[in-house]
Design a protein. Sequence first.
Length: 242
Amino acid sequence: MTEQTPPTGEPTDTPAEGVGTGADEGAPPPPPPTATTVGDEPSPPPAKQSRRGLIIGLVAGLVVLVVVAGALTVFFVTRGPETHSITVTSTAGGMKRDKDKEADLKQEIDATAAQFKAQFKGTAVKTALYNQDDTKKGPKGQMLFVGFTFDKASDKHPDEIVKQLRAAAKANKLTITKVDTGDAGGKAVCLASPSNAAQKTASCVWATRDSGGGLFPSVPGYKADQMADLMTGVRSDVEKTE
């Protein structure tokens, strides 16, 4: 059959705008246009935050630390070592001073002080007699305290005192025991009769670079550890640190 050509002037079937023909039939419609408001432009990326303020703060903090550290260094360097003084107190190590007994035994006490000064050259000596009446700490009786200060301070004094006491212990066949001085510093030892001695006794001495003291019982029966405890208590009361 012969195809007929539509008459001239008759419109042909043209697909409507947006409607596909042939292979385009059934395809999804194009997305609608995006509405755009005049003046709405994409925001620029955030500016990189400056770390200048943080760095300045850290530097300032370091400067403060350096200044403080320097000040502390100057303080401790110029301050120098601690100084000690000996003061005879009315009560020491829980024991009361007995001035009446001191008067009765003045000759003996003075002789002991002179012997002490002769043994340890360049010292000024102070003495006191205390009553030890606590049986938990040892036999009851008087305790002679001999405190001293060196004419010239020296870091060698503690070792020199201990050396002399060791020599005395060896010459008299006594035992010598080191005493822990803790935060008080210096060095301390106790001399005691040997374990096989018929009569037991002990005495203790401590020394720093500028002062020291010793504690000597008037009655027998003391052990080194008992005297060490008594001496430590007395020291805490009679030694002043600056």
